[in-house]
Write a protein that binds this ligand. Structure first.
Ligand SMILES: Nc1ncnc2c1ncn2[C@@H]1O[C@H](COP(=O)(O)OP(=O)(O)OP(=O)(O)O)[C@@H](O)[C@H]1O
Ligand SMILES: [Mg+2]
Length: 234
């Protein structure tokens, strides 16, 4: 089964003459283990698409199936649960809490799972080890470099073992070396079986990923490895 299946997804902001359609009937399938870049000019709809994939935003029309379940018809509470269990997010801004250690920031990724504090901390330590920051777990964001902060954010996104990691310009605030370290981390996670979607402006990043989806004016212009989805099957 396709892990994430976008069927005829459209997104329109506003109504009447001011209405702006920023996604037009997008069909896109993502299989378990996929590792893909979403590229395209500024304003082409990349972040909107990622937000719809991650159930952060609802499409105006169309369906989004996550492991076969239609998330477009779920209540807000159910959507929050789906996000907390199945999805991990990484953004250009790291969104770490100041004044809290890396360990606590990562452990917070389990707050909505009903996991008790000792177990949260144990898993957070494990996730920080995975991103190579075990030795920095007591440091606060102010005591970490940008690249280290983003790796903490990746650990927080991974701590609940999500089915899909969604990243929007994850290297956008990083220098080249720190960005490369984050991408090396994604490569390793993908080798270990993770499913990862990376929105990026950067041709070099896109070029090293096994699949590239190019957006233009709210449409998928090209997909190097299209997946046959429910939308296009007979
Ligand atoms: N809340 C909103 N209300 C109205 N229009 C919006 C809203 N959010 C996004 N848009 C518009 O939707 C279009 C697509 O935006 P989106 O953020 O998805 O583009 P993007 O490809 O991620 O661009 P960038 O590379 O600059 O991040 C843009 O024209 C944007 O102005
Ligand atoms: Mg964007």
């Amino acid at each position: 089964m396709t892990l994430l299946d976008l069927q005829r997804v459209a997104k329109t902001y506003g109504t009447g003459p001011a209405a702006l359609t920023v996604l037009h009937d997008v069909d896109l399938g993502i299989e378990a283990g996929d590792y893909l870049a979403v590229v395209g000019p500024s304003g082409s709809g990349k972040s909107t698409l990622l937000n719809v994939m991650g159930a952060l935003d609802r499409p105006t029309t169309g369906r989004v199936l996550l492991a076969g379940d239609d998330v477009t018809t779920m209540s807000d509470a159910a959507l929050s649960r789906v996000r907390a269990v199945h999805l991990g997010f990484v953004f250009q801004q790291f969104f770490l809490l100041d004044g809290r250690s890396a360990l606590e920031n990562v452990a917070d990724g389990l707050l909505y799972q009903g996991v008790r504090r000792p177990e949260r901390l144990r898993r957070a330590r494990e996730a920080l080890d995975r991103v190579g920051l075990g030795a920095r777990s007591g440091h606060t964001p102010a005591e970490l470099s940008g690249g280290e902060s983003q790796r903490v954010a990746v650990a927080r996104a991974l701590v609940h073992a999500p089915g899909i990691l969604l990243a929007d310009e994850p290297t956008g605030n990083l220098d080249q070396a720190s960005g490369a370290a984050v991408l090396d981390l994604f490569d390793r996670l993908h080798d270990e079986g993770a499913t990862i979607v990376v929105v990026t402006h950067d041709e070099h990043i896109a070029g090293r990923l096994p699949r590239v989806v190019s957006m233009r004016d709210g449409r998928v212009e090209h997909d190097t490895c299209p997946v046959l989805t429910g939308a296009v099957q007979p």
